[in-house]
Ligand binder design. Structure first.
Ligand code: HEM
Length: 452
């Protein structure tokens, strides 16, 4: 930081107030116009790739992007361009490119200005949709809420909900494991984040949230529609109802005072009571956006991970036997505690989890916009354009992961893990594994190490 000299005294320049970022447009026409201008005003060519418009490629990418990404990596190398719909998107795959974008040069990429910004329609301005000083301020204020002891309290609640869900199963039952896990994850999120009773029909926050989220799962063309009966209209109406619920809960908690809020132990209460070391705290609107973001970031990722792990274990009897044997020996019938999940206590489970996150990383694509031009892996990339990383494709590169389609937990023995190239394994973005992150708390899991 530069300083100025006044009457022989050195003065620190006044810090700029950190303000909420300007809202983003959700008009499809304005957004298409923006991409058109970004393409035509950019300085320098796109990296090599498939730049001609192609409906087949666009539909193929929407249905099954992995083969297209792997084929392009083989043809063009780790940095290439694909025109999807009308928009050229640069992709960066593999260890070197991932490390560049997630760690060593993370500040060259904006989350909000890339398609992550689309999420503001539901999430507002939380950690996933902001950059720079505003994002850093949010993390700083929220950090105490993610202290190890507080996560441990959520751990007890998770064990309680999971045990109740398991106790309803009986041998021979046929069940949709994705649905079962999703219901469990949402129940946990409702309690751990908001302190809501998941059985309380009056709140019904989970249903509203699922309806709103439905928008992002629809086909691209359907997402462009606007009006009350469209998926976007339903998103807006669910958001309004969710906001009513959350703001009325915030005002009820505020009226009870900070001590009661902290005592509640749920994240909403902790955020209401939390103040950073320099006395800064979050407004009601900021708290709403952050808890919605945590709900979004936390429930689908965990649902997908647990579902795919159970799926792969059911197809791999040897790996399943190792995990079950370990659980029998270490837990001997008792429920797990957060202390069991530090990564070293249950190594077979840890390796199965790591391999699941390699094969099926839930946050499979990381969309960004380049802030300025740069060079990576010998390829120049212009500023101001859409770019994406893909953990899913990076975890399937045959030159990095032999037999990439096979489920082999032994890829993640401590020795094998230590010898992985930087950026090769990125299920959590710039970080390595969930238990490893929990061990280092604070900061907490979802919190990035790299600057933004
Ligand atoms: C298996 C579980 C999870 C996986 C694989 C996962 C993966 C990720 C990834 C890849 C990112 C970075 C996205 C990007 O680079 O574009 C991220 C960010 C984030 N995740 Fe998770 N996540 C998981 C669970 C959770 C949970 C349980 C929460 C909270 C309750 C959470 C909260 C967040 C937050 C707040 C961010 C943004 C962090 C920041 O900007 O500082 N995640 N997560």
């Amino acid at each position: 930081m530069s300083t100025s000299v006044n009457n022989g005294k050195r003065e620190r320049p006044k810090q700029q107030p950190i303000v909420r970022p300007a809202g983003l447009t959700h008009s499809p026409i304005k957004r298409l116009k923006r991409e058109f201008l970004a393409e035509h005003r950019r300085e320098g060519p796109y990296p090599p790739g498939l730049l001609k418009p192609s409906l087949g490629r666009t539909i193929g990418f929407a249905k099954d992007p992995l083969p297209i990404l792997l084929d392009s990596y083989e043809r063009f190398g780790p940095v290439f361009t694909l025109r999807i719909m009308s928009v050229p998107v640069v992709f960066m795959l593999g260890p070197e490119a991932n490390h560049f974008a997630l760690v060593s040069n993370a500040d060259r990429f904006s989350w909000r200005e890339g398609s992550m910004g689309d999420l503001t329609a539901l999430l507002g301005d939380g950690l996933l949709t902001t950059d720079g000083p505003y994002h850093r301020r949010g993390r700083k204020i929220m950090l105490p809420a993610f202290h190890r002891d507080r996560i441990a309290r959520s751990g007890e609640l998770i064990v309680e909900e999971a045990s109740a869900a398991v106790s309803q199963l009986s041998p021979g039952t046929n069940l949709d494991i994705y649905d079962w896990t999703r219901t469990l994850a949402l129940r946990i999120a409702m309690r751990a984040l908001f302190g809501f009773d998941p059985d309380d029909r009056e709140h019904a926050a989970a249903e509203q949230f699922e309806t709103a989220l439905g928008y992002f799962g629809r086909d691209y063309f359907v997402q462009l529609l606007r009006g009350p009966r469209t998926p976007f209209g339903r998103l807006e109406s669910s958001r309004k109802q969710l906001d009513r619920l959350i703001y009325s809960e915030i005002s009820r908690r505020r009226s009870e005072g900070a001590a009661a809020a902290e005592q509640s132990g749920d994240l909403l209460g902790l955020l209401l009571a939390t103040t950073s070391a320099d006395g800064d705290s979050l407004s009601d609107e900021e708290i709403r956006d952050q808890v919605m973001t945590l709900l979004f970031a936390g429930h689908d990722t965990t649902t997908s991970t647990v579902t795919f792990m159970l799926y792969e274990l059911s197809r791999n009897p040897e790996a399943l036997a190792k995990v079950l044997n370990e659980l029998d020996q270490k837990l001997a019938g008792r429920p797990p505690t957060p202390a069991d999940l530090t990564g070293t206590e249950l190594p077979e489970l840890e390796m199965a989890l790591d391999e699941t996150l390699r094969l099926y990383p839930p946050a499979w694509i990381a969309p960004r916009r380049t802030v300025g031009s740069f060079e990576c892996a010998g390829v120049s990339v212009p500023g101001g354009i859409q770019l994406s990383l893909s953990s899913w494709a990076s975890h399937h590169l045959p030159d990095v992961w032999p037999d990439p389609e096979e489920f082999k937990p032994e890829r993640f023995t401590p020795e094998a893990k230590a010898s992985l190239a930087k950026g090769a394994y990125i299920p959590f973005g710039g970080r390595s594994s969930m238990p490893a992150m929990l061990k280092r708390l604070p900061p907490y899991s979802g919190m990035r190490l790299s600057p933004r």
